[in-house]
Design a protein around this ligand. Structure first.
Ligand code: CAO
Length: 416
């Protein structure tokens, strides 16, 4: 099956998570992604949080599938020469080094554009160019704090909280992938490459846009009716942390199910969708609530919403999270069990759809990873193992016209 990005050659100068998540996605869709890594060590995640001695860590294998690995010391003149050859015949270069690292290596945007005017140069940085923090190195949690996620996540009586979802890393990588694909389409029209830059702060903030909505509403009216602080608590002049409240117009909360005393994940998320009030009352065996003025409208319910959630929890007390959802789905109520990583890993539907995949690896044996969450009617992205360090060095160098002797010489001086 021909993949849409087949023939697109990408120099993958990325490490850790934000950049690798972007290039992995493009590799699934057919791009020829060549990961350039420092000889001897490679991407730092190969060694981070290892579970098997001497085998690449899952942190690396789960973010670098479908790629090739070329080892190259791009600070040595011989390594720079190889990189220049690769640049001349590539479509995209993706990097997420610390601020200024690529310039210090001698590959500024101007130099790259001179070497290959058609090449797209895509970068992730913590903050956007020209931002007063643009000299900072940034990791996931730093970005979540800088992008507004931490101040609005968690409970009002606790500290700012980090989400387990990689809002700063993989999310930024996904934004960058959209930028690269857009620039590739643009190149078809203009014949020119361009620079694509995404900052982690901006990408987090983009996902927090409803909180910026709330800030403006708060400044205008002084309260936010969908937050647990309304109407009995206090609002300051900044968007508060709302616990597990629903972020849109539908109130919701995480509710206890049978077994919650011993199982920390025996919960469901329950949403009170306005027009589903009647089915909710029927499902709960509370038909008298349907037309009761104290319950009938969303406005009437909001002041005692936690009393309503308490009644629903009492109804849930003899049902597991799965039994509860099986009943509620019949009433068209938006809800889901709180699923653990163990349950997700073994979920037959996710296995069948290719969202959870088992990948054979030369050194590790097989491991689980998350496959493409994007599904196509004419293409099924296949996930292949991440490369061993330098696994494709000879192949890539030969493709660039280096002879066996040249490659031997480059190895002798540890340039590859
Ligand atoms: N050959 C020779 N040198 C190489 C090389 C190669 N193949 N690949 C990288 N290097 C060098 C770079 O030139 C740079 O050297 P200098 O600092 O001397 O110029 C160095 O290795 C890499 O520096 P770095 O700043 O990128 O690495 P770090 O571990 O100190 O910082 C990180 C890591 C992630 C904080 C930083 O890269 C960063 O802020 N990146 C941008 C934001 C980002 O993507 N963060 C998300 C990471 S996922 O949580």
């Amino acid at each position: 099956m021909t993949k849409p990005l087949e023939g697109v050659k990408i120099i993958d100068f990325t490490h850790v998570q934000a950049g690798p998540a972007c290039t992995q996605l493009l590799a699934w869709f057919g791009a020829d992604v060549i990961k350039v890594e420092r000889p001897g060590s490679g991407d730092v995640t190969r060694n981070q949080l290892r579970d098997i001695p001497d085998a690449d860590a899952l942190y690396f294998t789960m973010l670098n599938s479908n790629k090739k690995s070329l080892t190259l010391d791009t600070k040595k003149p011989e390594g720079k020469e190889v990189l220049e050859k690769l640049i001349r015949e590539s479509d995209v270069l993706v990097e997420n080094f610390g601020p200024g690292a690529l310039d210090r290596m001698g590959f500024s945007w101007e130099r790259l554009n001179e070497l290959n005017p058609k090449m797209i140069v895509a970068s992730v940085k913590g903050f956007s160019d020209g931002h007063h923090y643009d000299d900072l190195k940034v990791y996931e949690n730093v970005a979540q704090c800088a992008g507004g996620a931490a101040s609005t996540t968690g409970f009002w009586d606790g500290p700012p909280t980090i989400s387990a979802a990689a809002l700063g890393d993989s999310n930024t990588g996904m934004h960058l992938a959209i930028g690269i694909l857009t620039a590739l389409l643009g190149r078809d029209k203009t014949g020119k490459g361009q620079k694509v830059a995404v900052s982690m702060q901006d990408s987090v903030l983009n996902l927090c846009r409803v909180k910026l909505r709330d800030q403006q509403r708060l400044e205008r009216v002084g309260y936010l009716e969908e937050y647990p602080q309304y109407p009995h608590g206090e609002f300051s002049d900044v968007v508060p942390r709302g616990g597990n409240a629903g972020g849109g117009g539908q109130p919701g909360w995480v509710l206890k199910c049978k077994g919650w005393e011993t199982d920390p994940n025996a919960y469901i998320y329950f949403t009170i969708q306005g027009h589903a009030w009647e089915p909710i009352c029927k499902a709960l065996g509370k038909p008298e609530w349907i037309n009761d003025p104290a319950y009938k409208t969303a406005e009437a319910r909001q002041p005692h919403i936690f009393e309503i959630f308490g009644t629903i929890e009492a109804w849930l007390s003899d049902k597991t999270k799965f039994e509860a959802v099986d009943i509620l789905r019949k009433f068209d109520i938006p809800c889901a069990p709180v699923l653990t990583m163990k349950e997700l890993a073994n979920d037959p539907s996710l296995r069948a759809s290719g969202t959870i995949v088992e990948v054979p690896h030369k050194k590790r044996g097989s491991y689980l990873t998350v496959g493409s969450p994007i599904k196509f009617s004419d293409m099924k992205p296949e996930v292949t193992a991440s490369p061993l360090l330098g696994e494709h060095t000879d192949e890539v160098l030969a493709g660039l016209g280096y002879s066996k002797q040249d490659i031997f010489n480059l190895r002798e001086i540890k340039a590859v």
